[in-house]
Design a protein around this ligand. Structure first.
Ligand code: PMP
Length: 392
């Protein structure tokens, strides 16, 4: 007689085999064999010298991908949300004013995160699918006098690439840190952390980098460090406290590293490999390829009679994630399910303000190719032929 109250689950007796899918939604994207293989290497200690070398390589890779020389550059053990929280928890103290630029779901999420730590949250808002002008930003900073402002470079819920030039200078004139979310854009669109005056920049591993989800590159400028390391209060999260993380990643100038948490060793292997792939391809080549493939895709969609949410004249189409106006008369869920079932291909519906209004297709990293575009166009044509269409 066993003393166990819960028996071993029957479901765990079956071996799990992951299905093969074309991951053409807004993320995660496919992980190519080379990066998967790196993640299958044996686990070593998170504080072994070889691991510190890997972490140092990752830091160099992130500096390249972000175009920054910031010392405090590392990968958070967690997804894009962990990096968002890391940026906000460290840069903002309770009671301080922040300004969140809301033109889709990510500004809303950032506002919610800041609110939870007791910041005074101000927002500027523009309809989903549009952008702010530098004059809007200047006026909002003068009115709210925040210590931190956050913009989303690639708004994956709407398909907008927000222009960043000039915002850094405006923020600094108003004595404010410029924080940018590039989870959906990094590697797929031009971004220059240092020359654009970005103070905190973060991304995720599972989009253009084609690594598994679970690590999130982040970097802090000197100006950001000045504020973060001279706070009056400790950040609300021990796990995301930059003084600890900077030490763990060997970027606080101290010789001894103190145990903070057990880093996700094999995820770091994959992240390193994904950064190596990007470095090998060249960042500018990657930006150009994403742009060219996006244009080829957009033309194909328009030739099929589909409309894009973001007008070409706005000149802010995100090359990594495309928002297609949901085809009139169809149920978007039937289209995405049909394509998954018959083409083993993921595309997704809208998110936040775009729910029910769009289909979203992400072509990122190794998935950014004309062959992938042809596959998506075929699948869409097939779905529009076979899914139920009501009279409109
Ligand atoms: N910001 C943006 C712009 C994103 O697209 C995403 C992921 N879709 C996130 C943040 C959050 O990342 P994660 O899902 O990895 O937590």
């Amino acid at each position: 007689m066993s003393s166990l109250y819960v028996p071993p689950p029957k479901c765990l007796e079956k071996r799990f085999v992951a299905p093969q899918r074309h991951m053409f939604g807004p993320g995660p994207s496919n992980v190519p064999p080379r990066i998967l293989a790196a993640g299958a290497e044996p686990v070593i200690g998170h504080m072994h010298p070889e691991m510190f070398e890997i972490m140092s390589d990752i830091r160099s890779g992130i500096q390249y991908a972000f175009q920054t020389r910031n010392k405090v550059t590392l990968a958070v053990s967690g997804t894009g949300h962990a990096a968002m929280e890391c940026a906000i928890f460290n840069a903002v103290e309770p009671g301080e004013d922040v300004l969140m630029a809301v033109n889709g779901i990510w500004g809303e999420r950032a506002a919610e995160i800041a609110e939870r730590i007791g910041a005074r949250v101000n927002t500027i808002r523009t309809p989903a699918g549009s952008c702010f002008t530098n004059e809007d930003i200047n006026q909002a900073l003068a009115r709210h006098k925040p210590c931190v402002v956050l913009f989303t470079h690639g708004e994956s819920s709407t398909g907008v690439l927000h222009p960043l030039d000039g915002i850094g200078d405006i923020c600094h004139r108003h004595n404010c840190l410029f924080v940018v979310d590039c989870v959906a854009s990094m590697g797929g669109a031009p971004l220059y952390m240092d020359t654009q005056g970005i103070d905190i920049l973060y991304t995720g591993s599972q989009k253009v980098l084609n690594a598994p989800p679970g690590t999130a590159p982040i970097s802090f400028s000197e100006r950001a460090c000045e504020k973060v390391f001279n706070r009056k209060t400790k950040p609300v999260s021990f796990f995301l406290d930059m003084s600890w993380l900077a030490n763990y990643w060997g970027c606080d100038g101290k010789l001894a590293r103190i145990y903070h948490h057990t880093g996700p060793v094999t995820n770091f292997y994959s992240l390193r490999e994904s950064l190596a792939v990007l470095a090998e391809q060249g960042l500018e080549n990657s930006w150009c390829r994403h742009q060219e493939v996006a244009e080829y895709f957009h033309e194909g969609l328009e030739n099929m009679g589909l409309r894009l949410l973001i007008f070409i004249l706005q000149n802010v189409r995100l090359p990594t994630v495309t928002t297609i106006v949901a085809p009139p008369g169809y149920d978007w869920k039937e289209i995405t399910s049909y394509i998954m079932k018959n083409h083993k291909l993921e595309i997704s519906g809208g998110l936040g303000p775009s729910v029910g209004q769009v289909l979203r297709v992400g072509l990122m990293g190794c998935n950014s190719s004309k062959a992938s575009v042809d596959m998506v166009l075929e699948a869409l044509k097939d779905a529009l032929k076979h899914c139920h269409k009501s009279r409109v």
